[in-house]
Design a protein around this ligand. Sequence first.
Ligand code: GLY
Ligand code: MN
Ligand code: MN
Length: 456
Amino acid sequence: MPGVNAAAILAASLEESFGPHLKSVCERTARALAACGYSGLLVHSGSLVPVFEDDRFHAFEAHAPFKVWAPVSDVPDSFVWFEPGLPPRLLIHRPEDYWHKPADPPAGYWVRHFDVRLAGDFGAARAALPASLAQAAYVGDTFAQLPAWGLKAVNPTALMRRLDYVRAAKTSYELTCLREANHLGARGHLAAHEAFAAGASGFDIELAFLKGCGLREQELPYNPIVALNAWGAVLHYQVLEKASPAHSHSLLIDAGAEFAGYASDITRTYSAEDAAFGALIERMDRMQQALCASVRAGVDWRDVHAQAHRLTGELLHDADLVRCGADEAVAAGVTRVFLPHGIGHLLGLEVHDVGGFMAAAEGGELPRPPGDPYLRLTRRLEDGFVVTMEPGIYFIPQLLEAARGDARGRLINWARVEGFMKFGGIRIEDDLAVTATGCENLTRDAFKAVAGSPAV
Ligand code: GLY
Ligand code: MN
Ligand code: MN
């Protein structure tokens, strides 16, 4: 059975690669601590956030600086204590509680690399730490007892930015997790596409996605964007209609899964029956693949973004959406009417991962190009970076109306635009692992791997 074999390969890969991953996290953390003048680091998984004036809590999301150490995404008020030269200590919060199920003692491929302790409350956690924390830094949420713990610094920016900077390049273990997050996401997308083809509502398409991934909504890295018809023009459309539209012309679905704390971020766009919109999607797919082919270590992401605008100009010209050449469409700002977001971002423990603008581990910022306020990455790519590639064109009434009233208006073929308004837009998004000579397309590989394999 292919599923069993894949599961065994994944388990072996996690088992083998976690130790070197943790070693790398220890080494880079030791360097950052030495550079910033701390002797140790205490990282918090995060606190539960209460619902206003109730005794319930918002869904918990563990902090990424904690998850980089251990794949524990669901246990608040836990800690990692790291002192260079010693094995990291993991304090799992395990209260006596008959209202909720306390966390199980951790198990799995990663646990033997830690000195694991269970702590019922903050007092027990403090007792499991060194007597003096006077030279240590803390990263996490503050809580009432924290000042008495006597740490040297709470959330010191210079240390945190150094740790962010190095998260961009993934270890082999992290790449395994990101591949698996793409496998789960691809399964979800296939199920969502089937639901769309059967005329499902946005709500039912999301349910199909969740079932396909085998995840509940709070386990996803972000809320799925399920945009039927003209709603595709709302970039982060957040409504899930319970009723199907009278006609399902198109679906733009941007949805990812999470594995061991790592995210996938995947978008597909489908046309139900319209051949012209179907052809436009295929044209965008070819453009997206051309952009993926330009990705390799050493490339400045701002150049990829600029190239995306040139290719968007060509696409708009070829599709007869503009009455000018590609260069004029870019120069006049017309491509920015149709593509008003950045071409991609770092991906990892957070869907929009940290450190996208950093000039160096020590600090400094690489600015966004003028006119691109939503670009989330300005760094030069390095081997091991994982980025999204997400070109699109959208028919956004607000932006089109603004363009109609100025010099851009005469460059747009309004009759042609009108014919596409009911589809909202197109986005195609894959996750790419950068290498010295190119990139590994985690998403396309995942779709190929899961096609025809048993559901989770
Ligand atoms: N899912 C949000 C994004 O693509 O950036
Ligand atoms: Mn994205
Ligand atoms: Mn996305």
